[in-house]
Design a protein. Structure first.
Length: 333
C-alpha cells in the first residue's frame, strides 16, 4: 500500500493513538488510557509505523522509549487533537465530565515551596471529589522541561513561582507570599536587639552562608538569586539541596540562612529551634501560579482541576488555622 493510500485512511482516532502511545511509552498503558485492548492498539501502532517509516517506540532498559521522530510528532498531534475538540465544541465534553464518576488521571508538576499544607490538601480534595480518579504529582525540577511536558500532554498543570512566568502558557495567579529568612535561634541575626533598628545589614546578609534548592533550569539562577543579580548583588550559597522540606532541619542545626516564603517557614517555628526574620534585602512578593497549555485550555477535566487548585490555594489560611494555632509574627532583624 502506498503512503498516499495510508494517508487517506488516517482518522482522528489514529492521531489519538499516536499521541497516547508516545506519552505513555507503553502499548498496554495506552490501551488502558484509551479504554480499548492491547491488540487493537498494536494494530494501530503498526499502521503508524508504516506511515512514518519509523518504529516510534523502541526497547529501553526494562521498558519502551519514544524515538526522536515520535517526539517530533507529539506536538503536532497535540495540536490536531486540540483543534478537533475546538471544532466539535467543548460544551458536550463539559456535560460528559462528572468528577464523581471520572477515572481520569490528573498529572501535576509542582515544587513544594508554596506551603507544606498545599499539595497534601489538594491531593485529598481531588480524591474526595473524584474518588475514582488517579493523581500523579511530579517534582518540578531542572530535569523537567515543563513547557514541553505541557505541550506534549505529559502533565495537565504546572504549579510554581517565577519572577516572569512563560508568556506562551495560560496563567492563573494563586497566592502572593512575603519573602523572609529562616535561621537558627543561635544565629547572630536571631539574637539582635528588638529595637526596630536594621542591625542586620544587606552586606552581612549577602556574606552569610545560605542554603537553597537547586534552580529549576540548568545554568539559570533561582527566583531569589535572579532578583539579586538584577540588583547587582550576589549571596553566598554554600549548600544546595533538592528536598525543600528538609532544609529547615539543616538550618536549625547550623548558621545557614534559608530565604523563602513566609507560608513555608511558619510551620517549622514550633517544631524546630528556628526563627523567622525579615530580610535586609527588600525582595518583591513571591508569586505562585498555575500554568497550562492551550492543548488543555478547553478540557473540562483540566478546567475542573484548575478550579480545585485555585480553591485550595485561596483557603490555605483556613486550612492551616484548623490544623494548628497561628504562629507568632517574625522577629525584626
Amino acid at each position: 500500500m502506498t503512503k498516499q493510500a495510508l494517508f487517506d485512511k488516517i482518522d482522528l482516532s489514529l492521531i489519538r493513538v499516536l499521541h497516547t502511545v508516545i506519552t505513555e511509552s507503553s502499548v498496554s498503558r495506552a490501551a488502558m488510557r484509551l479504554q480499548t485492548t492491547q491488540p487493537a492498539v498494536s494494530v494501530q501502532l503498526k499502521r503508524l509505523r508504516e506511515l512514518t517509516g519509523d518504529p516510534l517506540l523502541v526497547r529501553s532498559g526494562q521498558g519502551m522509549a519514544p524515538t526522536n521522530v515520535a517526539l517530533d510528532l507529539l506536538e503536532p498531534a497535540s495540536a490536531i487533537l486540540h483543534h478537533a475538540r475546538s471544532m466539535f465544541g467543548h460544551r458536550s465534553v463539559v456535560r460528559d465530565f462528572d468528577p464523581a464518576t471520572t477515572t481520569h488521571t490528573f498529572r501535576i508538576a509542582s515544587t513544594d515551596y508554596l506551603d507544606p499544607f498545599f499539595l497534601p490538601e489538594l491531593t485529598l480534595r481531588l480524591r474526595q471529589k473524584a474518588p475514582s480518579c488517579k493523581v500523579e504529582v511530579l517534582q518540578l525540577n531542572a530535569e523537567m522541561d515543563y513547557r514541553q511536558s505541557l505541550a506534549r500532554g505529559e502533565v495537565d498543570l504546572v504549579i510554581g513561582n517565577w519572577l516572569e512566568p512563560s508568556g506562551e502558557l495560560h496563567l492563573g495567579r494563586l497566592i502572593s507570599d512575603e519573602v523572609v529568612c529562616l535561621v537558627s535561634t543561635k544565629h547572630p541575626a536571631a539574637r539582635l536587639p528588638k529595637d526596630g533598628k536594621r542591625a542586620w545589614s544587606v552586606e552581612q546578609y549577602l556574606q552569610a552562608e545560605h542554603i537553597a534548592p537547586p534552580p529549576l533550569h540548568p545554568g539559570a539562577p533561582g527566583v531569589i538569586d535572579d532578583y539579586l543579580a538584577r540588583q547587582g548583588m550576589q549571596r553566598q550559597v554554600v549548600v544546595r539541596h533538592p528536598h525543600f522540606a528538609q532544609l529547615p532541619y539543616m538550618v536549625a542545626g547550623s548558621l545557614l540562612v534559608l530565604t523563602t516564603g513566609r507560608r513555608f517557614c511558619e510551620r517549622f517555628v514550633k517544631q524546630l529551634d528556628v526563627k523567622i526574620l525579615k530580610c535586609p534585602v527588600s525582595y518583591p512578593a513571591m508569586n505562585y501560579y498555575q500554568l497550562w497549555h492551550d492543548l488543555t485550555h478547553r478540557s473540562a477535566a483540566s478546567r475542573w482541576l484548575r478550579e480545585q487548585v485555585r480553591d485550595v490555594a485561596r483557603n490555605l489560611d483556613q486550612i492551616k488555622s484548623t490544623a494548628r494555632t497561628p504562629e507568632p509574627a517574625c522577629e525584626p532583624c
